[in-house]
Design a protein around this ligand. Structure first.
Ligand SMILES: Cc1cc2nc3c(=O)[nH]c(=O)nc-3n(C[C@H](O)[C@H](O)[C@H](O)COP(=O)(O)O)c2cc1C
Length: 217
């Protein structure tokens, strides 16, 4: 009897270990390398260089993790202590627009707290998020999404819409400038496949995609 009980307990233990490991396999969070915060092209030089890479000939070589790190940090990273970001947010709130990254490896959410990526899915949706052909071949697609709950918890409907757009504008301009400084092709894209993005990112009803920034070298 004691032997059977021990065997049962052992099987239960083994099952829990397997289930726990399955959980960790499903979510591979990635710590990004430190962003570049010194040296490089001057701000004035990158302002002179800021431009959208032409759609017709959009670059298709992938960008390096160090470059992605710098671009995400420029877009909405912490730049002073635990409550200061590279982009202004109304009332100094935490960023109420999120950035998802779609690459061959899958879909990730940028987490400014750890300066890392949280895996959302292993699906490669690059070819499905935009309607224009060159968007389908862009190696890295940033998807800017309004955090509906954070916005409605703090603002009325009109301010929510305006503040989300202002935040997305600041974030995408920072992305343009960082991309120019790193000599990476970038382009703002409004023509999105909203349903596909909602599905692939498992967005809650209140969140809504605002725009894409496509990147490539
Ligand atoms: C609000 C907005 C929406 C845009 N939507 C698209 C788009 O859906 N597809 C596209 O190819 N470019 C899009 N663009 C990029 C513009 O076409 C590009 O910024 C414009 O031609 C000016 O070029 P520049 O960025 O080099 O100054 C968009 C830009 C903005 C600001």
């Amino acid at each position: 009897m004691g032997f059977i009980l021990k065997k049962c307990l052992l099987s239960l233990l083994l099952l829990s270990v397997l289930l726990l490991s399955a959980g960790t396999w499903a979510y591979a969070d990635v710590k990004l390398p430190p962003p570049q915060t010194e040296g490089g092209m001057s701000l004035f030089e990158s302002l002179k260089k800021r431009a959208s890479a032409p759609g017709g000939d959009f670059p298709i070589a992938p960008i390096e993790p160090e470059e992605l790190s710098t671009i995400l940090w420029a877009a909405t990273g912490l730049n002073r202590g635990e409550k200061g970001w590279t982009v202004p947010m109304s009332k100094g709130l935490e960023p109420y627009c999120k950035i998802y990254v779609a690459q061959d490896e899958g879909i990730f959410l940028y987490d400014w707290q750890i300066h890392g990526l949280i895996e959302i899915s292993k699906e490669n949706i690059r070819a499905k998020v935009g309607s224009q052909n060159f968007v389908k071949t862009a190696p890295c697609i940033l998807i800017v999404v309004a955090d509906g709950k954070a916005l409605s918890d703090n603002f009325n409907e009109r301010d929510s819409a305006e503040f989300a757009a202002v935040a997305a504008g600041a974030m995408t301009q920072d992305i343009y400038l960082a991309a120019a400084a790193l000599e990476i092709g970038a382009r703002y894209i409004h023509a999105m496949n909203l349903e596909e993005i909602r599905r692939a990112l498992s967005l809650p009803e209140e969140d809504y995609p605002l725009c894409l920034m496509i990147l490539g070298k």
